[in-house]
Design a protein around this ligand. Structure first.
Ligand code: ARG
Length: 574
């Protein structure tokens, strides 16, 4: 496996302090605090009742002795008890030479032999995808990529919302007011209109509610006509969803939705009752009491016998565990479903199904420019397709202004990739659980903390590499060439590169795409600094030129792989 600089340093420390105590190693913002730094002594001093700085000093000296000769430039204690490490130039050069030739750079085997199911996107059929579905889709796809890169066997699952009483209402509405030709023209929009109309008319005519229930009951019992309508609604919805997935460049291994578990409802409820986990409540429904874990009771069957969203999730969980034997299941779903997943996981534990780690990967809302919530009910909703179109139009204007001479077809291609890069990065760079805000100017800023900045940096490096090729200056890099990398900007960039595999692995361990996004931004900043301060093609020392070109090429490769994990495409030219 590749270079894991953090682990190497931790291993040196471990060899002296022994097992047991946690060791954390951070990368300080400024080099004067070390290339790496640990607060181990601060914590350990407490347990030992000694002065932290004294302990740090004692161990700084021990570490320097224990490390392989020439590995560190220096190891120093700093108040109030940090130990700071500086790598020697020789170490940086030697490790860079390894990284430059490492074809799987960025990967790890953290998940080797283990399976994870990543469930994301999960749109509801006969309804448009809204901006919330964008977050689950983008975050889920990126986490799946990252975990696959960390050695996991990943199963991407789109758990479609394709069952529930709402389909009874929709069928009833269609039978009363629907027109096949109209629906055919713009299926999801027309179906959604029918559904909204049903709810409106229900206010004046409460009997409609019963009619909807009746149609759903018939659907559940396999009534031919209702089943056909439902199949049709589903296939029209799926073909629209697939277009969106193509635009977003995401895909799934499994498309099993809620309807698949319909036949398991009775046995699932029965199992819970038999095990004494669920019981009939006073009003006739069946509930699981969750007082013991501090949660409100969970209804798993309505008094009229109808099944519920939660019950389908329980059946789904049992199915997944027995069929795929995953070590983990990630549910990428918004913050607002927190209670649902707490109840689901609590019931899973009661059923003895908690061998796998079940994780609700929550995320916050998408807010408009002024920080206000977007909502369908107020009619201000940003539908996902509108949002994507806005992004493309805005990116196109930008490219038009920046690079008017680009051929038409390239403009279209670049604008599309830049738009997607802007949208995805804006989502993935944030701490997941916070709300994200749309600010197009920032999202599309080629010099800011944005997706386009990463794409621009990559294109910049590629242009140097192309020129080197054209001028036949692209001689093959040899490991010994790395000894020529001695400028601050070169060494800083090389060190940044060493953090790449760690950033990928940490993003996977913490389910935090921001760990990788923030890292890639730092890498791009270091790359631009190198680019702006260091002559590459103009350098007449052929060995050093080779080393610098290798640095540019390796950085480009890491950027491409890193943004690729985030689902963002690089461009050879912008
Ligand atoms: N379809 C649901 C929605 O759009 C989300 C499904 C979440 N996943 C689950 N296993 N419950 O709200």
């Amino acid at each position: 496996m590749g270079v894991f600089m953090r682990e190497e340093i931790i291993a040196v420390l471990r060899s002296i302090v022994g097992d047991g105590e946690p060791i954390e190693l951070s990368v300080p913002e400024a080099e004067i605090f070390g290339h790496y730094s640990t607060n181990w002594a601060l914590r350990a001093a407490k347990a030992r009742g000694v002065v932290p700085l004294e302990l740090a000093k004692e161990y700084a000296a021990k570490i320097a002795d224990a490390a392989p000769a020439g590995f560190f430039h220096k190891v120093e204690a700093a108040a109030p008890g940090f130990i700071n490490f500086w790598l020697s130039n020789g170490t940086i050069q030697e490790r860079f030479a390894r990284v430059a030739r490492d074809r799987v750079f960025g990967g790890s085997d953290a998940g080797k032999g283990k399976t994870v199911i990543v469930e994301y996107s999960q749109p509801n059929i006969a309804k448009k995808m809204h901006v919330g579905h964008m977050r689950t889709t983008i975050i889920g796809d990126a986490l799946a990529n990252i975990l696959a890169c960390s050695g996991w066997r990943v199963i991407r699952w789109n758990y479609l919302g394709d069952w529930g009483t709402q389909f009874g209402k929709l069928i009833a509405a269609y039978k009363m007011w629907g027109d096949r030709g109209v629906v055919k023209k713009d299926p999801i929009v027309e179906l959604q209109k029918l559904y909204v109309r049903f709810h409106e008319e229900m206010k004046a005519d409460p009997a409609l509610e019963e009619r909807g229930r009746e149609e759903f009951r018939k659907l559940e019992e396999g009534d031919r006509e209702n089943r056909k309508l439902w199949d049709w609604f589903k296939s029209e919805s799926l073909s629209e969803f697939r277009k969106m997935y193509q635009t977003l460049d995401v895909d799934f291994d499994i498309w099993i939705g809620e309807s698949f578990f319909e036949r398991d409802m009775k046995p699932t409820v029965q199992l819970l009752v038999d095990k004494g986990i669920a019981e009939r409540s006073a009003d006739g429904g069946i509930v699981v009491t969750l007082d013991d874990v501090g949660l409100p009771p969970a209804l798993i069957e309505k008094s009229d016998g109808a099944s519920l969203y939660l019950t389908r999730d329980i059946a789904n969980l049992r199915y997944r565990l027995s069929k795929y034997k995953p070590s983990r299941i990630l549910y990428v779903v918004g913050n607002e479903q927190t209670l649902h997943f707490e109840q689901l996981f609590a019931i899973a534990r009661k059923l003895g199904l908690a061998d796998a780690d079940l994780v609700h990967i929550k995320y916050g809302l998408v807010l408009g420019e002024r920080g206000k919530k977007l909502s369908t009910r107020e009619g201000t909703a940003e539908m996902l397709d509108d949002l994507v179109n806005d992004a493309i139009v805005k990116a196109r204007e930008l490219i038009e202004a920046k690079n008017p001479d680009l051929p038409e077809s390239e403009k279209t291609e670049v604008a599309f990739a830049v738009a997607m890069g802007a949208l995805k990065y804006n989502d993935l760079k944030e701490n997941r659980t916070t709300d994200i805000v749309f600010n197009w100017e920032k999202m599309l800023d080629f010099a800011g903390d944005s997706g386009p900045y990463l794409q621009y940096t990559y294109a910049r490096l590629k242009s140097v590499l192309r020129k080197a090729e054209d001028a036949r200056l692209n001689a093959k890099f040899r490991p010994a060439d790395a000894a020529e990398l001695a400028h601050a900007a070169e060494l800083a960039l090389a060190r940044k590169l060493f953090e790449f595999p760690d950033a990928v692995r940490r993003a996977g361990e913490l389910y935090a795409t921001s760990q990788l996004a923030v890292y890639l931004h730092q890498l791009a900043v270091a790359a631009n600094k190198f680019y702006e301060t260091t002559p590459i093609l103009k350098d007449d020392n052929a060995v050093r030129r080779r080393a610098r070109l290798a640095l540019a090429a390796t950085t480009a490769r890491a950027l491409q792989k890193g943004v690729g994990l985030l689902g963002i495409k690089t461009l050879e030219k912008i």
